[in-house]
Design a protein around this ligand. Sequence first.
Ligand code: CTP
Ligand code: K
Ligand code: MG
Length: 175
Amino acid sequence: MLPAYLSNPFAAVFGGGKPIDWGKTYKDGRRILGDGKTYRGLFSGIFCGFIAGCIEIWLSSRGFEVMGIKMPAFGPDYKSSLIIVLALASGALFGDMFKSFFKRRMGLKRGASLPLVDQLDFVVGAWVFTYLVAPEWFVSNFTHGIMLTVIIITPLLHLATNIIGYFIGVKKEPW
Ligand code: CTP
Ligand code: K
Ligand code: MG
């Protein structure tokens, strides 16, 4: 999940410049996506998430140790692993973009919050893209366990990060 988790914050760090919708409005007179979705954010986010995934593939191919626990070498199928990593990173940002389209149709301005949807958009996007390239990944009970954990933990992580952001003064609201 790391490529999906990292593509969003990296899009926020490196984003800016030309918006993906070129500043155009939809039939309803509102922006198609809004200024919060830019080409630079999209490509830098996908790139950083992809690099994170490549490091994971590299680590898992040689085996590594975390806090004294030895992880065995996986000997992964590199080609399919790279495609999955790319699907996770890009799916996350496309899911986020898809959500912005609907937020604008609902009349919500850029940055306005849509609870739970704002926190799970990228997770759903990442899984939809992964399903398209590797449906076999979704049949195992192990994967279902990971998915349930991610759905429960992600909104909590999001809230915790925002509370920290509020106390260190980089966020106006603690949510
Ligand atoms: N960002 C970007 N390009 C993307 C995604 C994000 O440039 N494809 C940057 C923007 O600067 C954006 C910030 O990351 O403001 C935070 O992303 P997000 O919370 O998804 O955007 P919002 O500004 O909240 O816009 P929206 O209401 O459309 O979700
Ligand atoms: K987001
Ligand atoms: Mg936002």
